[in-house]
Design a protein around this ligand. Structure first.
Ligand code: B12
Ligand code: SF4
Length: 532
């Protein structure tokens, strides 16, 4: 392996283009490096806030001005098709597969070509930025990290220029070893050496997370020219990390692989200090706790409670959210969550214990419903309940769908219909997950399929919504799309609620004997399938 022994004096971090979102991962890395090696000069160039046509020039200009020893890229998203209404890809797939209108199907095919071209070009452009650095600064060390890399590292390293280190998973230890000259490599990474050979170095141990003290935002502000664009009133949520790892094995999820199965925690006081500075110094109003799960195990509940206690003691005025599992919620923690600024309850939801077991989610539905009642008792006011529904996952049946709709009806009663947002979500098949293995074994996916394929028919299969329920759900969604609102209730009823309502009507009409009772309770909607 070629090793760089010359000391590193400067690092240019480049956040690759993405829908604008706080670049949390690379900020934690840069802050950590500064605290360990304060003499190293660092700068963060955020290509997300620069118009597409000016990105190459901006990078060229910073390379020329800084001549950095290390250019470290952060790549967040690669497979961006989201199986939910806020992502255009879902409408396109639904129209292509299920619209009764031939014109809409043709239009969808055309739109799909546009989306896939865009998707392919994003990748080509990102590798282009790496190649640009290699050609302008042949002696520099290239590094690539970020969540996209954590999933697709092996694919990425094959396409990188020579002498590139591709860091899989958390970046702190690996980056420290790189700025120290890479003589004692650390972290999980692939290295493409000067002759183009790829070596894999698995991590010997996880990063010691308590070392991640509250971010020094004054320093970040000094190295990150776009900092001010992210902070301040009315801006999108800033991501704050409280722990890493998830011990659960939900069969569609790879967060436990990205972060590891073992949960490690930051010091609650440091987390609260970070939120406090964001709020009191920079006017940040919204926080997203970016853990795989903000609360999940009994131990993580205790950690969450300690963070909330710190936030309450410091009288921090923010609204916060994150992915929540409610198994170990207590009345006391529910109250503290509400008191400390809980904005919404975001969680995967299915109302059928059979589906919970089939997806290996590892909890009891009754326990989850009881936890909702704890929130109700805790005095929730305007908080939303956002339910990410893995609809039509393997083993879904009309009965399990009805069960889910029934439980959601209960939540409407508990919190008010307008507060509950059922997200029409499907399982997105991800590499190395149990569900992927199951679908390969069942012949649904070819054995050697490429998860980054550009084949539209395969991409479509990765948004898992098979027949026979697929058509029913697809048509219900398309009907709802005609008169509902995608984000909330601002322009007609929220699409998730409307879709479930139509779905219940259709399921009931197909199962008259056992489900007729539902028909009387379902409001008449304004459109029919024929009108779509
Ligand atoms: C929280 C989260 C969200 C929140 C973010 C809230 C917020 N304000 O930040 C929300 C719900 C909004 C969201 C949305 C989306 N997300 Co998301 N999200 C996550 C999640 C759970 C955590 C990401 C995070 O911030 N982690 C905390 C930070 C500290 O860690 P990090 O960024 O990974 O950084 C570490 C390392 O990656 C590395 N690193 C990062 N940069 C660099 C640079 C260098 C040089 C080095 C050495 C290391 C390094 O070191 C860092 C510290 O150790 C991940 C899954 C996961 N468990 O990682 C998915 C994930 C990142 N999301 C993903 C996707 C696809 C999306 C969406 C595109 C989904 C969609 N279609 O709508 C959108 C895009 C949003 C956007 N604008 O880009 C994918 C991305 C990979 C892929 N499949 O392409 C992931 C991995 C989930 C998945 N299912 O695959 N997301
Ligand atoms: S869905 Fe949540 S609880 Fe389940 S494995 Fe993924 S991160 Fe863990």
């Amino acid at each position: 392996m070629s090793q760089q022994v010359r000391p590193v004096k400067s690092v240019l971090y480049v956040r690759l283009p993405v829908w604008t979102i706080w670049p949390g991962g690379v900020v934690y890395v840069a802050d950590f490096i500064h605290k360990q090696r304060p003499d190293i000069g660092q700068e963060l160039l955020d290509l997300a806030v620069i118009p597409a046509g000016r990105r190459k020039a901006a990078l060229t200009e910073r390379l020329a001005a800084l001549k950095p020893d290390v250019v470290a890229f952060s790549w967040r998203n690669m497979q961006t098709f989201g199986p939910h209404p806020e992502n255009d890809a879902l409408d396109v797939v639904m129209n292509f597969d299920h619209s009764p209108s031939p014109w809409k199907r043709v239009k969808a095919a055309w739109q799909a070509v546009g989306i896939i071209t865009d998707y392919a070009m994003q990748r080509v452009r990102n590798f282009g930025y790496l190649k640009l650095v290699r050609s302008l600064l042949p002696q520099s060390r290239l590094v690539v990290g970020g969540t996209a890399v954590s999933i697709f590292g092996k694919y990425i390293v094959e396409r990188c220029p020579t002498d590139t280190v591709v860091v899989v998973g958390e970046g702190e230890d690996a980056m420290l070893s790189i700025v120290d000259g890479f003589t004692e490599p650390a972290g999980n990474y692939y290295h493409k050496d000067a002759s183009g050979h790829v070596h894999h170095h698995p991590a010997e141990e996880n990063f010691n997370l308590p070392q991640l003290t509250a971010i020094d935002f004054a320093y970040i502000d000094s190295i990150f020219p776009a900092f001010a664009e992210y902070v301040g009133p009315g801006k999108e949520a800033i991501g704050v990390h409280t722990k890493r790892g998830c011990p659960f094995q939900c069969n569609f999820c790879l967060y436990n692989k990205i972060e590891g199965a073992h949960q490690r925690y930051r010091d609650p006081a440091e987390v609260a200090k970070e939120v406090e500075t964001l709020s009191k110094v920079y006017g940040v109003q919204n926080i997203w706790f970016t853990d795989a799960q903000f609360c999940s195990t009994r131990r993580s509940m205790a950690h969450v409670e300690a963070i909330l206690d710190e936030m309450l003691a410091r009288q921090i005025k923010v609204r916060w959210t994150g992915y929540l599992r409610l198994n170990y919620l207590t009345a006391e923690i529910a109250k503290k969550m509400v008191a400390s600024g809980l904005e919404s309850i975001d969680l995967s939801f299915t109302g059928s214990q059979d589906m919970i077991d089939s997806l290996t989610l590892g909890y009891a539905l009754d326990q989850q419903m009881a936890a909702f009642r704890l929130f109700q008792d805790a005095g929730m006011t305007d908080q939303k309940i956002k339910l990410y529904l893995p609809l039509n996952a393997p083993d879904e049946s009309p009965e399990t769908l009805f069960a889910t709709i029934d439980r959601i009806d209960e939540l409407y009663e508990m919190f008010g219909r307008d507060k509950v947002l059922p997200f029409i979500f499907f399982v997105g098949v991800q590499p190395n997950t149990p569900i992927e293995k199951k679908l390969i074994a069942a012949g649904y996916l070819p054995k050697s399929y490429d998860p980054l394929t550009l084949n539209p028919f395969l991409i479509k299969k990765l948004l898992y919504n098979p027949q026979p329920l697929g058509r029913l759900i697809g048509r219900a969604y398309l009907e709802a799309l005609e008169y509902s609102s995608k984000m909330d209730d601002t322009q007609g009823e929220y699409i998730g609620r409307a879709t479930l309502e139509i779905l219940a009507r259709e399921l009931a009409s197909k199962k008259p004997a056992s489900h007729q009772r539902r028909l009387s309770s379902i409001p008449i909607t304004t459109t029919t399938h024929e009108q779509v």
